[in-house]
Design a protein around this ligand. Structure first.
Ligand SMILES: O=C(O)[C@H](O)COP(=O)(O)O
Length: 229
């Protein structure tokens, strides 16, 4: 049996403020720090270990991984930082308060933006200063590959190359990976792994800072999955 552990970052400053975040690089709150530390303790006491780690290039996921690794004395394992695991890009919604946006556009529209599989949020204009074009962490990407607003389907398409080229081969080679990422990049992986339909994925939410354990067969098909509580 193969084992994959996924963890969404702990609570971030903008989770607390209920603001759309996406690619904006916000910090963990003290609650988020505590959630990550607690998850590290639980993983250790439940007998989990890892020999490779994957995370995004956003600090809330990276710091969550560090805190888990610190608790488990695994800060030394190789770590891949990939933009492909970033949160779904929230386009022009980034920074807006979710409740105020629901008052303005209606709760149904906001639910569609947040949870539908293939409806994108409004895109950032090309000259919007929230674009990531000049951010050095994306310097190796073609400008056209830097999103300006993604639906979950777009996120699935950018996450899967990392799965196919790195994570799946690591699992097949007997490695035990941990992936510290974001609500929607994890939903993208869960949709793919558990073959969840475009409709049913609308109801799946990933909580902050709780390890999600996948047990996989030799063909990387899920046997079962559960949150470590
Ligand atoms: O980017 C964000 O705002 C959150 O981390 C995830 O948001 P969602 O639950 O609205 O998709």
């Amino acid at each position: 049996m193969k084992q994959l552990v996924l963890i969404r970052h702990g609570e971030s400053a903008w989770n607390l403020e209920n603001r759309f975040t996406g690619w904006v690089d916000v910090d963990l709150t003290q609650t988020g720090i505590d959630q990550a530390t607690e998850s590290g303790k639980k993983l250790l006491s439940a007998g989990f270990t890892f020999d490779v780690a994957y995370t995004s290039v956003l600090r809330r996921a990276i710091e969550t991984l560090w805190l888990v690794q610190k608790e488990m004395n695994l800060m030394w394992i190789p770590t891949v930082h990939s933009w492909r695991l970033n949160e779904r890009h929230y386009g022009a919604l980034a920074g807006l308060n979710k409740a105020e946006t629901a008052e303005q556009y209606g709760a149904d529209q906001v639910h569609i933006w947040r949870r539908s599989y293939d409806v994108r949020p409004p895109e950032l204009a090309l000259d919007d200063e929230r674009n990531s074009f000049n951010d050095p962490r994306y310097a190796k990407l073609n400008k056209d590959d830097i999103p300006r607003g993604e639906c979950l389907k777009d996120t699935v398409h950018r996450v899967l190359p990392l799965w196919n080229e790195s994570i799946a081969p690591a699992l097949l080679a007997g490695k035990k990976p941990i992936i510290a990422a974001h609500g929607n990049s994890i939903r993208a992986l869960v949709k793919y792994l558990s073959e969840i339909s475009d409709e049913d994925i609308m109801e799946i939410n990933i909580p902050n800072g709780k390890p999600l354990i996948y047990e996989l067969d030799d063909n990387l098909k899920p046997i079962r999955h559960y949150f470590l509580d």
